[in-house]
Design a protein around this ligand. Sequence first.
Ligand SMILES: Cc1ncc(COP(=O)(O)O)c(C=O)c1O
Length: 400
Amino acid sequence: MGSLDAVRASIAEQVKFDILTQTQDADNEKARQQVARNFVSDTLTVPSKDMYIYASMASLGDDVYHEPSTLALEAHMAKLTGKEAALFLPSGTMSNQIALRTHLKQPPYAVLCDHRAHILRYEAGGTAFHSGATSLAVHPANGHHLTLADVQANIILGDDIHFAPVEVVALENTLNGTIIPQEEIIAISDYVHSEGLKMHLDGARLWHVAIETGKPMNELCAPFDSVSLCFSKGLGAPIGSCLVGSTNFIKRARWFRKLFGGGMRQTSILTASAAFALTHNFPRLAAVHELAKKLEDGLKKLGINITSAAETCMVFFDPSPIGVDFAELLKRAEALPNPILIGGSRLVVHIQTTKEAVDDLLALLSTLAEEKKAAGFVYSPQANGNANGNIYIRAREKSK
Ligand SMILES: Cc1ncc(COP(=O)(O)O)c(C=O)c1O
């Protein structure tokens, strides 16, 4: 017995692992300061201590069976969005993909969406992989948002065996930070439903639409059969999304979540963080939008082209009129004594972005403009280094 104890102790030595660094508090403080100057994405926001203290007090169930805090959050989300039921999921990608998988029953079929949609471009081809569906990517004629005319001009209906008919029209609101007018969504929804098809919304940042337009969440969600909402982006929770829809839809989606490997256990630490974010961070989005507009105004004053306006928390820009390209700007921003991180033409302002970070970024661009002028560059408003306005370098992992 003595020797078994010795063997166990030796295995425990091999197993044990301390992930905290010698300077953990200082490292975390540095991470907090860095995120305040990071314009790459709002997914990079870090949980506050208050959020984690609140989360640590939540219930202790197993969500594959019955997790009280998680069920409470799901019930709240269903009520908030005016739907019958809700399902907590680990990510926005899983939420969108499970929504599509649940709607789509018997191929051949297609999903119609904006050509810039997250489900099309940034979910690793999930719609084809998980649901075996074709994606019909539509370019909005107005360059801003899909309209009823766009949908009607591109939709595939009927039983011509050459085609995969559309079964789901999936919208995204906000898309690249821009808002789809609600009247247009209603017109699309009325038409899509009149054809017996389904409407899904990737509402990862629908929170921003509610804050900006003053329309309540249930009104924004009403035209859709399913909506995916994220807690881990603008709201600043560490992990999590919610899918909302009818009772039957969510019942089946819960089945697919298990099948996809997304059935989680003690989820209350996550759902309580999400609840904290709903209460404390959602109201802060108005100030986020104001700061994004201030950034946009500053860019315009410098003569920089705005390629997609700051309707909510993002602004897309093109600095080529002042002779600057993205690679140079990224390098100089990272080389500042107090570095700024940028992902490309997309600047994202979030609840942890400081006013100083915005001022410092504008000051850097002003310095660069002066340098270019001194080197003989002539201001050129027509210059366009980024014709479609939506190219951005995706978030790069930063270890330092
Ligand atoms: C509009 C939109 N939808 C869905 C997602 C996917 O979310 P996740 O990264 O949690 O999978 C993102 C991620 O940034 C997004 O921007």
